[in-house]
Design a protein around this ligand. Structure first.
Ligand SMILES: [Zn+2]
Ligand SMILES: [Zn+2]
Length: 532
């Protein structure tokens, strides 16, 4: 409660919170509960037991004590006047509210509890304690687990108009709430119920798609309650926090942001074990009606395939990079096509089942495989830079076709490095052969210019100017490619101070004095396909 006292509860700000609507229908979204083979169950559509509540309280607080009040200046203590301080009543109250207001899934529960625990000091207090803020001494001060608070009368400083207290009273059909607002802090059932009402019914994003808040956060957020935003797992933690308690003018982040974030992460990993039960799939059902490759900074790649695909997006893939903070970066959307699948290229004609290609006077033959292979057409240059993520790839090729998964690996490795002077030497041509290269068939192998110390992005021949090679950055790039599933590379012997040297995991190969070849052999990304 001490933290929330900083709140600017009903101010107008860039999120356009004054536009928040009051719509009286709780969200009906349900996800099936996830059960593991060993019988363990997640908390989707399942009540807490008392031991569960004790467990997450201890996780966030370090002790199993609740409603203990708070230490104040001068050795005093602010007491909590709630009528029942037992874990069993808290557990019953939480379950009742969660069921009534359809806080059904693990994602919704961990969001709800993260905010409730921030606002109450993890069930230490049930009302706003005296502070420098006007709301704290008002008749309709902040009460209940999500701090139901009145509004200011015109030209007045204190929050002496019922506002949301009135809305809550109307919803419940209980006038006493307006007459005797203290009940929201003293009666455990009102205390919890009021919070769940704020969560699922009262606070919503504006439904007007032209409102500032929706323009800022995206159309998909329009009209959604906090409970609906919570379905997107990590995506709207910041927005939910701002909708609940405003943005801090100094930090430009939500009030109490560090605590809210830390509660959320602790609950997600330590109590709900979200990834264990649900995978790291942060996409709600059909949030985006386009097949999307999710590239995680730790090397994971997920291809998400929605049941329904938007018209004209049937031949497109979207690529999203997830940074170390879990933030999503929309990198690009590219076209893909299906072309002849090839087995191998050769300088010799294999006869039947082989096709001939001539590029720059060089004659090559490619053995046809069965079926088709997918290729995406990479649009170069790629020039992404946002919130500390730099993903830049310069254009140095006419062979801009790549296997869709290989492209995800490439983007992940480049993003993890963050260098601005990458130059892509290409993979394969639109027919999938990659001629005149023999090894670029189907776009799994690809080439990159070596990285220079002077970062000019210009050509570098490491046999003639070895000192210009930035070995540290080059090997970091190799490490990141390995993280995304590659393991072998063609490079070129370098002589530095009369000593022969070759880049890690690389084999010397003629004509590789100016580019690193990322080999298809042994390519095995940490890949998962998820269908909705
Ligand atoms: Zn679950
Ligand atoms: Zn190559």
């Amino acid at each position: 409660m001490d933290v929330s006292a900083e709140s600017q509860k009903f101010g107008v700000n860039s999120e356009g919170l004054m536009e928040v609507e009051h719509v009286k229908s709780p969200t009906m979204v349900k996800t099936p509960e996830t059960k593991k083979a060993n019988g363990e169950k997640c908390f989707c559509n399942r009540d807490f037991e008392e031991k569960d509540v004790r467990k997450f309280v201890k996780l966030l607080k370090g002790s199993e004590i609740i409603w203990e009040g708070q230490a104040a200046k001068g050795g005093k203590r602010i007491t909590c006047n709630i009528d029942d301080k037992s874990f069993s009543t808290l557990t019953k109250g939480l379950n009742a509210a969660i069921n009534k207001y359809k806080i059904n899934t693990c994602a919704q529960k961990m969001h709800f509890l993260a905010q409730v625990c921030e606002e109450t000091g993890t069930f230490a207090l049930s009302e706003e304690s005296k502070s420098i803020f006007a709301s704290s001494e008002s008749f309709y001060k902040g009460r209940g687990v999500l701090q139901l608070t009145g509004v200011r009368k015109k030209d007045k400083k204190s929050y002496d108009a019922p506002g949301p207290y009135q809305d809550y009273a109307d919803y419940k059909g209980d006038k006493n709430i307006v007459k005797n607002p203290g009940i929201v802090a003293t009666n455990i059932n009102y205390c919890i119920d009021s919070g769940a009402w704020i969560w699922s019914i009262n606070k919503k994003m504006p439904s007007n798609k032209k409102s500032q808040a929706v323009i800022k956060w995206g159309k998909e957020s329009a009209g959604k309650s906090l409970n609906e935003l919570a379905l997107y797992v990590d995506k709207y933690l910041e927005l939910i926090s701002v909708l609940l308690n405003g943005r801090n003018a100094k930090t430009n982040m939500p009030n109490g942001w560090e605590k809210r974030k830390s509660n959320y992460n602790l609950l997600k990993t330590g109590f709900f074990r979200y990834d264990y039960f649900h995978g790291s799939n942060n996409k709600p059902v059909d949030a985006k009606k386009i097949v999307t490759f999710h590239i995680y900074h730790d090397g994971k790649i997920e291809k998400h395939i929605p049941k329904e695909i938007k018209k004209d997006y049937e031949n497109k893939y979207s690529y999203i990079y997830h940074d170390t903070a879990g933030k999503e970066h929309d990198i690009c959307t590219v076209n893909f096509e299906k072309v002849q699948n090839w087995i191998v290229g050769s300088k010799k004609d294999g006869g039947k089942g082989w096709a001939k290609r001539t590029v720059g006077g060089r004659i090559r033959y490619y053995q046809m495989g069965t079926g088709k292979a997918e290729l995406v057409k990479v649009v170069l240059p790629i020039n992404y830079s946002k919130d500390g993520v730099v993903l830049k790839i310069g254009d140095n090729t006419t062979r801009e076709y790549l296997n869709p998964k290989a492209f995800a690996s490439m983007l992940g490795a480049v993003a993890n490095c963050g260098y601005e002077d990458f130059k892509f030497n290409g993979s394969t041509s639109s027919d999938g052969t990659g001629a005149p290269s023999l090894t670029h068939v189907n776009g799994v192998s690809f080439d990159f210019r070596y990285l220079r110390k002077d970062k000019t992005g210009n050509n570098l021949h490491i046999d003639t100017e070895p000192n210009a090679l930035d070995i540290t950055r080059q090997e970091k790039f190799i490490d990141e490619l390995i993280r995304f599933g590659y393991s072998q590379f063609y490079s070129y012997n370098i002589i530095i101070n009369k000593k022969k040297f070759i880049l890690k995991n690389s084999t010397h190969l003629a004509e590789h004095n100016h580019h690193l070849h990322v080999r298809r052999e042994g390519y095995k990304p940490n890949f998962k396909e998820i269908k909705y």
